[in-house]
Design a protein around this ligand. Structure first.
Ligand code: NAD
Length: 487
């Protein structure tokens, strides 16, 4: 098959679209650069899809749906398990391409996130096979609930953790029997191309799995406005979600959105303060480009100084460096534009009278932004209320449990929250009072993939995870047969 490829640190990556089982180019391209060596020039010139590309992809997905949607759950699961095995076999290449493309820590990718990508496909393959249709007798009727595949699904993903997040969204759509058109982010398009290539090897029928590269406002907007699309699932910013939601409404298409966060990390005086401070300093992980991060540190006033002493020790020990080095803990930021946007928040905070306690400056020899802590002048400060999506935390104190809950629930977001306490009763009481889709107590990030995942408020619409995503991708049908009416 004729496909343009780029050499990414020795890994050969396709840079065209995959449409209807064929690699297809575009007249235009866009460049992707490595945050590890920005001035070295483009890593690759990637096909820049347009309205015609979107139309072709939706047509291919509609044809692919006729085949993939008619596969039994067991047949779908077989192909998905093959894909999961191929992901594991290609972990080193995927990890390297992702690291060069968007600076994710290479070792963490190789050992953790690529495997999680494979697990996402295995989990949904197993769930779809295990699913039993609900069946019951009532009102002289025998009733069944059938999950019908809905049709072509558009899957739009962001630049942070691109491989893992893409697999998390693609797996349930495919397990449900929908064909997919994946549009990855233009700042990190490469791991999606490797994944698409593996789908061909795994044996997905032509058109079941399509990849379209390009700019969100161009090909992304054309995809979500196409009336033949029957599901749209999006992870990204609230601003983009508004555009996509309007397009979905125009065509009456179900739409889920996993959006930004501004999670609190609440530390009660009765907690293991060192564990809490360690976890708090680790919110600088991935240079803070993590939707789930607990970026608002809320600390009980009586232990503020002791907490800060420990926090400083842990934050001072963080190693900033090149994402390819196994000793590096904090990677550079994804793009100079994003680094500058993060610095803009800090500069406005300074002008607003918020106190910069640590950091507050950009490195000159790399795309790192120094891990930053700000004590805001008030809870209304922009740095408290808006997602920054960089290595910038705020520190506030509270007097009692009610005050902690009030502050924790005081933004328009509601994706996640982290609580540290030594009291089980408090853990449940506070956990139940927080307005967030995910609450961790004395831990972070670990969760069962069958549990619901998503946010309240402007953090999102709908839930992913387990059966929640499978139901979203299905059209439910209730089938009723009158008792004793046929043999
Ligand atoms: P973004 O909204 O700018 O872009 C996300 C995707 O949407 C990209 O692929 C982009 O090309 C596409 N897009 C942009 N405009 C479009 C349009 N008009 N029509 C269709 N597609 C369009 O977000 P980003 O900067 O890539 O990602 C960062 C955001 O994602 C942060 O807010 C972060 O919190 C959020 N995020 C949320 C989760 C979650 O699970 N809740 C996970 C990761 C990231």
């Amino acid at each position: 098959m004729n496909v343009r490829r780029a050499d990414i640190g020795g890994v050969s990556v396709p840079v065209d679209h995959l449409i209807g089982g064929e690699w297809v180019g575009s007249d235009e391209t866009f460049e992707t650069r490595s945050p590890l060596d920005w001035d070295a020039g483009p890593l690759a010139h990637v096909a820049r899809g347009d309205a015609a590309t979107a139309e072709a992809a939706v047509n291919a997905a509609a044809a692919g749906f006729e085949v993939w949607g008619s596969f039994s759950p067991v047949q779908r699961a077989e192909v998905m398990h093959r894909l999961a095995d191929l992901i594991d076999e290609n972990a080193d290449e995927i990890a390297l391409a992702e690291t060069l493309d968007m600076a994710f820590l290479q070792e963490s990718m190789r050992l953790r996130l690529v495997g999680r990508g494979a697990l996402n496909f295995r989990t949904y393959a197993d769930l779809i096979v295990a699913h039993e249709e609900r069946e019951w007798d009532a009102k002289n009727l025998h009733n069944w609930v059938q999950r019908m595949p809905a049709g072509p699904a558009v899957v739009i993903t962001p630049w942070n953790a691109p491989f893992m997040l893409s697999t998390w969204k693609l797996a349930p759509a495919l397990a449900a029997g929908n064909s997919v058109i994946h549009k990855p982010a233009e700042w990190s398009p490469l791991s999606a191309a490797l994944l698409a290539e593996l789908t061909v090897e795994a044996g997905f029928p032509a058109g079941a799995y399509n990849l379209v590269q390009g700019i969100g406002e161009e090909v992304g907007a054309a995809l979500v406005s196409n009336p033949r699309v029957r599901r749209i699932t999006f992870t990204g910013s609230p601003a983009t979600a508004k555009h996509i939601g309007r397009a979905a409404a125009d065509n009456i298409v179900p739409f889920t959105a996993e959006l930004g966060g501004k999670g609190p990390l609440v530390v009660f005086a009765d907690s293991d303060l060192d564990a809490a401070a360690h976890r708090a300093a680790w919110q600088f992980d991935d240079s803070g480009q993590v939707c789930l991060a607990g970026t608002r540190l809320l600390v009980e006033a009586s232990v503020r100084d002791e907490f800060m002493e420990r926090f400083d020790a842990h934050a001072d020990a963080l190693v900033l460096g090149d994402s390819r080095e196994s000793t590096t803990q904090i990677a550079p930021m994804v793009h100079p534009e994003h680094r500058d946007a993060v610095h803009g928040f800090v500069e406005r905070a300074r002008a607003n009278g918020d106190r910069i306690v640590r950091g507050g400056w950009a490195h000159e020899d790399s795309l790192h932004y120094e891990p930053t802590l700000i004590e805001p002048r008030s809870n209304e400060s922009e740095v408290v209320q808006q997602e920054i999506f960089g290595p910038v935390l705020t520190l506030q104190t509270f007097d009692d449990e009610a005050d902690a809950i009030r502050l924790a629930n005081s933004t328009a977001y509601g994706l996640s929250a982290i609580v540290f306490t030594g009291s089980r009763e408090r853990a449940e009481r506070v956990g139940r009072s927080l307005r967030a889709g995910l609450v961790w107590v004395n831990t972070f990030l670990v969760r069962d993939l069958t549990a619901p995942f998503g946010g309240c408020g402007i953090s999102g619409i709908g839930r992913e995870g387990g059966d929640h995503a499978l139901e979203f991708h299905a059209d439910l049908k209730t089938l009723m047969i009158l008792d004793d009416s046929c043999d």
